[in-house]
Write a protein of this length. Structure first.
Length: 486
């Protein structure tokens, strides 16, 4: 388990980021990119970015970033998560904030489970690392000029799923670690916190033992602890991204906790992207899908719960066929329904189903639950295609909102600039980055995105209420709009 760092005297010259935690690329199109970063088991570091002139009397709101990557890859030191641009924008707005980010253990180091580890209380280590980092913020951020009672968490994908776990942690117990949350493509989604049974988790553990040469050891934990980092990192590449119900930090299924009101009742800003499913459908490896049978087999393999009943499949097939034939506001956007020889004639339907199952349906449910409990929630729908993304096969896919809400308008940290080179188009995308980053900052400071100070945008972002289920739509081509549930 993580422990607080030992006290020390002296001055730390924090001019560069520390090592990344050991992780392996997931290979997701539009997310994974080459890195030559140094990885080390000594990786549990925290980064603090604050406005110039801030001191211990400033008491500024604090934004804490939790990176994604399927609990398998990523780092707070990834240049795409440079918080300097948000801090600078907050100063321009007269709403200065402090930005905090941290690393947490990944792969076999952070999410490995199995009876041996569960009996020893050594599961969900990635979440425990995050919890320890949040405790550090509470104890120390005042010395940097932050207000520990004004902390907002923000995460994307596995980062947002992690925050979802913290919203449900210990049955929704309020430990005073944060007062609001921004959940981008994730959250306390049903089925996403812990969906592997004991047999599957034990098989995962056995696989790691075999890959590391520890399968014959009398003390498998001691053996794993002695395995060189690179060997354990490589072995962890095959782990599915999953948490474990431990009856404590992760007390039960998220859907049950949501239904029973056992969650932290604080304001959230949450959303998904139009084409969430494209990158995962491609990475899943079950394409091309050309016939209805191929589509059903694709669903069955992704569903993982046995054969799909015919009536259930027919309902899905009819619904997504309608989306493909007559694209609605929640349809494919720029993505082609027929993906060609490599992806198949059923590609559009497969991506819509995948996006709904992984993120979009869960976002709808979380919004409804928050609204039913009279807790403010602001819902968004991201619909912009960056310049470095194939519009016909990926579209506004998973992760693509990142350069916009970070206001990273020069593409720092990206292999390819996400913003178009053509001047008029680039201006539209920069305008979208400006309003999104301002709305995110406004939420951190005011718990509402509507204090963004852009006179040209007179469209209020309403809270999501039943039955008025409204989303703010972010589009570079069309500007901002409000639409009913998508």
């Amino acid at each position: 388990m993580p422990a607080p760092a030992a006290a020390w005297n002296g001055t730390l010259h924090a001019h560069s980021y520390k090592d990344w935690c050991p992780g392996s690329p997931t290979g997701l199109p539009g997310f994974t990119q080459e890195t030559n970063a140094t990885m080390s088991e000594d990786c549990l570091h925290i980064n603090v970015i604050r406005p110039s002139g801030t001191d211990a009397r400033s008491e500024l709101p604090v934004l804490v970033w939790v990176h994604g990557g399927g609990w398998l890859e990523g780092s707070a030191a990834d240049g795409r998560y440079n918080g300097s641009f948000l801090v600078d924008k907050s100063v321009q707005m007269g709403m200065p904030i402090i930005f905090v980010s941290f690393n947490y253990r990944l792969g076999a180091f952070g999410i490995l489970a199995g009876s041996v580890l569960e009996d020893a209380g050594l599961v969900n280590l990635a979440l425990h690392d995050q919890r320890q980092a949040l405790a550090w913020v509470q104890e120390n951020i005042a010395y940097f000029g932050g207000n520990s009672s004004l902390v907002t968490l923000m995460g994307e994908s596995a980062g947002a799923l992690s925050i979802g776990a913290h919203l449900l942690a210990y049955g929704g117990r309020d430990d005073g670690l944060f007062r609001g949350a921004i959940l981008q493509s994730g959250g306390p989604l049903p089925g996403d916190n812990a969906n592997r049974n004991q047999t599957e988790r034990d098989a995962d553990f056995k696989m790691i033992l075999q890959e590391t040469g520890c399968q014959g050891s009398d003390d498998t934990l001691a053996c794993l602890r002695s395995v060189p980092m690179e060997i354990l990192k490589t072995a962890g590449q095959r782990l599915p991204p999953n948490l474990v119900i431990d009856g404590n930090l992760v007390p039960g299924k998220s859907i049950v906790q949501l239904e029973n009101g056992k969650f932290l009742k604080i304001p959230i800003l949450t959303g998904t992207n139009r084409n969430e499913g494209t990158t995962f459908a491609q990475a899943f490896g079950r394409l091309p899908a050309n016939t209805d049978k191929d589509f059903k087999d694709f669903i069955g393999a992704a569903w993982g719960g046995g054969p799909i009943p015919d009536d259930m499949f027919q309902a899905w097939n009819d619904m997504y066929q309608k989306e493909v034939d007559q694209p609605s506001a929640a349809g494919l956007g720029t993505v082609a329904p027929d993906g060609g020889p490599q992806l198949g004639a059923q590609y559009g339907k497969a991506t819509l189903w995948m996006g709904d199952m992984m993120f979009t349906a869960g976002r709808r449910l979380v919004n409804k639950v928050w609204a039913e409990n009279a807790v403010p929630t602001f819902s968004y729908f991201f619909d912009a295609v960056p310049a470095n993304i194939n519009a016909k096969t990926l579209g506004a896919t998973h992760f693509q909102e990142i350069p916009y809400m970070f206001n990273n308008i020069n593409g720092v940290g990206w292999d390819r600039d996400p913003f178009p080179l053509e001047p008029d188009l680039r201006r539209k995308h920069h305008d979208l980055a400006n309003i999104m980053s301002r709305m995110w900052i406004s939420f951190v400071v005011n718990q509402s995105p509507n204090f963004h100070q852009v006179p040209e945008v007179d469209l209020d972002w309403p809270t999501y209420t039943n039955p008025c289920e409204m989303n703010m739509v972010f589009s570079a081509a069309e500007g901002l709009a409000r639409n009913a549930e998508m």
